[in-house]
Design a protein around this ligand. Sequence first.
Ligand code: GRF
Length: 203
Amino acid sequence: KPIAILISGRGSNMRALIESCAQPDYPARIALVLSNNPDAPGLDVAREAGLAAHAIDHRPYGRDREAHERALDAALRAAGVEYICLAGYMRLLTPFLTSAWADRMLNIHPSLLPAFPGLHTHERALENGTRIHGCTVHWVTQGMDEGPVIGQAAVPVLDDDTPDTLAARVLRQEHRLYPAALLRVLDPAGAPVPNAAASLLSV
Ligand code: GRF
């Protein structure tokens, strides 16, 4: 199935999806990578992997979020995309894009939703005294970080964690979870992707 990945920054989750899509039996191929940020380092990663990767800068559209989304939508349709994976895409979406791609758009979020929607999840988890943290892949709906869960992976919070050490532990699981969750969406009957975190990975 042709998919698109939308990024705004470094694109490490995108890279994990690129690696999975390179495996012959994985049922997705990346038709397009889009970024709202022309300087996103992930764009170079995608191009080095031989993928079509374009920036559609949101700034010329000013406050008209929907006009920017119409440009994204046109590019996605022109590329024949069937599913969208948001991977560190840092723009709030309007009902235009969420309804146009309902049940066909996934997001990864660095917490065990519904805990800690929004930004700064690792700082907030530490402040809160949370002992189990993690990441979630979910369907995108209009409410930010609110759609139904597809899969989650959990990590322990250690006593000496800083936001950075905790973020790194979660990120390793993000890179396992996203390809596994996408596989589950595209091939619900397929075997789960085997990985070392299986006991903590639920998709
Ligand atoms: C990840 O933590 C993801 O969960 C969040 O933004 C971050 C993006 O990182 N939505 P990367 O660009 O995939 O490296």
